[in-house]
Write a protein that binds this ligand. Structure first.
Ligand code: GCW
Length: 687
């Protein structure tokens, strides 16, 4: 895995007890079923065990359930779906204890030594049972992961898993010319000019990687590059990719342009209430589903940053979204409408999405979803949770995270994002604290399936065609972590980082320990050297890399002279409290009051919500200005720490990766210093 291509699926040879266990388990593997998914499952078991044992495993058999010819042999693993295993599991283990309980995508692992499982003395086999085919994929990857990380369930025990969210999506911002908006890992994976005739192998490895962490939906193209995707020739290309993804349980979605009926359909309007427009979308959907029967649906960015939408026809977002949703509905498709809207004239951009969409709650069709960014501005290093999550009671909503590090050092800085995502998911509107268990936490609200609601989570991908896929040897961790949290948001950041590191680098404890010491504080470190205490959007304009707090706003009214930090002689920070733009009032109580007062606002959000006097004392006892300086310094020394940690173990890692990581860390350190050297004197100049 020195090149990084194999990601966390390197299946490095195990040693000691884990090796013995793997050797024992792959003695004879029976996969019951047929078709592409089953063949992929069998191939993955073969690949996985071959790597883990260091020997080519030839014992995986794909058994057609109709001809049950296996009863004489004594398999070590039996894998199948409830359907393909049929009567082999009836009245036994998984059926009777209810572990595969009818939930789609749920799987069960039954460990050998379980007397209740299986017929004919097969209690010494390990069973992997999927409720459906995707579930079996997840079960098999769970098994391989647990063998690799040494976390197999106890002998004789049963372990079941099912996803927290129905939809676990990646959003690609990939353009048809091969570039990627906010992509820092090379060109797009999708080779449109070769498709559909040549289907790159990398699509399969992409799908395997996604499936291995439980992702089940992929939006192939950028929300800003969707003008022509629905042309028939392009749909045939999409179909070729969709077929590969379907073999791994992943449904294909497309970003579409609201004005498509005009751009490619020759109509002179895209008015959602126009019968011809409706007809055009209906026919387009019929065409898509005839080609791609398991097509997932559309993602739309409308009336935002120049994209067309219903506003041109004096229609609102619900009218626009419902029109598309009704064209998808007969085929079971989902319409995902983004809440990322803002204008430039208004006093506070952070308020727009909430005001726009909370007013429309209840007006969206059942197969519509509003996809909301984690915060109200734009994927900043840290944002308070988006207030809209507290307010859509009768509308499906998805979380939208950003894996690609647009504002967090892009392809260069090592920043582990699981802690950020957990801070958002675990946020409880009833207390303003972290409490995932509360019914009013973000995660509870988003995963609540009551009334047949569609639940889901999406994230903007960081994947490109570079050898490491994501820009550096550490960046794939965020793809991995996102998938794992989408499956189970209850997992800890520590557990996720550790299992990734073991699967990526092997189980050398020193290496793992260093990875953990580098990764766990890395998000706070980045916040400290970029935007401490709630500062935000002081990056260079356009590409968003590096500091530019003095940016004069260019064309933008809302950025004039002080960008988003509003520094002046009195103080620093954006007053969104009741004395300012009143954005804090978009939160329910007690959050509204908590955020709305400088005395109770958590320091991590202080300058997000308040214009704070330079001499105000913070909890450290330092004045605001001194604390700012201290934070930047802490950020820089955090990166120095990462480098010295890495140096401790670089000899235990192959030279290729050791050097590549070291080089990125040098860039990160230089950048952190630049942030400090630009921002501290800049802010001091106001005092
Ligand atoms: O974060 C901003 C980005 C744009 C992006 C937009 C969005 C796809 O700077 O590049 O466009 O958000 O989310 O639509």
């Amino acid at each position: 895995n020195c090149s990084g291509y194999d990601l966390w699926m390197a299946y490095n040879r195990l040693s000691g007890e884990r090796l013995a266990m793997a050797e024992d388990l792959c003695r004879e593997i029976h996969v019951y079923g047929e078709g592409p998914v089953m063949a992929n499952v069998a191939a993955e078991l073969e690949r996985g065990f071959s790597g883990l044992t260091g020997e080519k495993v030839k014992t995986v058999r794909l058994i057609n359930s109709q001809r049950n010819d296996s009863t004489r042999s004594r398999p070590s693993i039996i894998a199948g779906t409830k359907h393909s295993l049929g009567e082999m599991i009836q009245g036994t283990g998984p059926e009777s204890d209810g572990s595969v309980n009818g939930k789609p995508e749920a799987f069960t692992l039954i460990m050998p030594g379980n007397s209740e499982s299986g017929h004919g003395g097969e209690s010494d086999a390990l069973w992997v049972i999927g409720e459906d085919e995707p579930a079996l994929i997840y079960g098999v990857f769970e098994l391989l992961r647990r063998i690799t990380t040494g976390h197999l369930p106890e002998p004789g025990s049963t372990y079941s898993g099912s996803p927290a969210f129905n939809w676990r999506m990646l959003n690609h911002w990939d353009n048809f010319d091969g570039t990627i908006e906010r992509g820092y890992a090379g060109k797009s994976l999708w080779k449109w000019h070769e498709l559909p005739d040549r289907v790159d192998n990398r699509y399969t490895d992409y799908a395997r990687a996604c499936a291995s962490v439980g992702l089940n939906g992929s939006v192939l193209n950028n929300v800003n590059d969707a003008q022509t995707v629905l042309q028939s020739g392009n749909l045939r290309k999409v179909k070729a990719i969709a077929q590969v993804l379907a073999g791994w349980g992943i449904r294909t979605f497309l970003s579409v342009n609201f004005a498509s009926p005009m751009i490619i359909g020759g109509l002179d309007t895209a008015d959602p209430l126009d019968p011809e427009v409706r007809q055009w979308w209906m026919e387009k959907c019929d065409e898509i589903y005839a080609l791609i029967p398991d097509f997932g649906g559309f993602l739309v960015k409308a009336d935002s940053e120049g994209q067309p939408g219903p506003f041109s026809y004096n229609r609102n977002h619900a009218q626009g979204a419902n029109m598309l949703a009704r064209a998808l509905a007969p085929h079971g498709g989902v319409l995902i409408w983004r809440a990322f809207v803002y204008g430039h004239g208004e006093a506070d951009r952070a308020k727009t999405a909430y005001s726009t969409f909370s007013a429309l709650d209840g007006e969206f069709d059942d197969n519509c979803v509003i996809q909301i960014k984690n915060g109200a501005i734009d994927f900043q290093p840290r944002e308070p949770v988006h207030p809209l999550f507290s307010h859509l009671h009768s509308t499906n909503s998805f979380m939208e995270f950003q894996i690609t590090q647009e504002y967090l050092g892009q392809g260069n800085h090592i920043v582990y994002l699981a802690p950020m995502w957990k801070e958002i998911l675990d946020f409880d509107f009833a207390s303003g604290l972290s409490n995932p268990e509360s019914p009013s936490s973000v995660v509870s609200r988003l995963t609540n399936e009551r009334n047949g609601r569609i639940t889901g989570i999406a994230a903007v991908s960081n994947i490109g065609d570079e050898e490491t896929w994501c820009g550096s040897h550490f960046h794939p961790l965020n793809w991995y972590a996102y998938g794992r949290l989408a499956w189970n948001p209850g997992l800890s950041s520590e557990a996720i980082a550790e299992e990734w590191a073991v699967q990526t680098f092997g189980s050398d404890e020193k290496v793992i320990d260093v990875c953990m010491r580098m990764l766990l504080p890395s998000w706070e470190t980045c916040i400290n050297y970029m935007t401490p205490l709630g500062l935000h959007h002081i990056m260079k304009e356009g590409h968003h890399y590096g500091p530019d707090p003095g940016f004069d706003g260019g064309e933008r009214e809302d950025w004039r002279s002080t960008y988003y930090h509003r520094a002046d002689r009195k103080g620093l920070g954006f007053d969104r409290s009741p004395t300012g733009t009143k954005a804090t009032e978009q939160y329910p109580e007690p959050c509204s009051s908590l955020f709305g007062s400088m005395d109770t606002c958590p320091e991590k959000y202080l300058l997000w919500f308040h214009h704070v006097p330079w001499d105000r004392k913070l909890s450290s006892g330092r004045t605001l200005m001194d604390e700012i300086e201290e934070r930047y310094k802490t950020g820089v020394s955090g990166v120095e720490g990462m480098i010295s940690h890495w140096d401790e173990v670089s000899e235990r890692i192959d030279p290729q990766r050791a050097r590549a990581v070291r080089e990125k860390l040098e860039i990160q350190l230089a950048d952190a210093r630049e942030w400090m050297e630009v921002c501290v004197p800049y802010f001091r100049s106001f005092k």
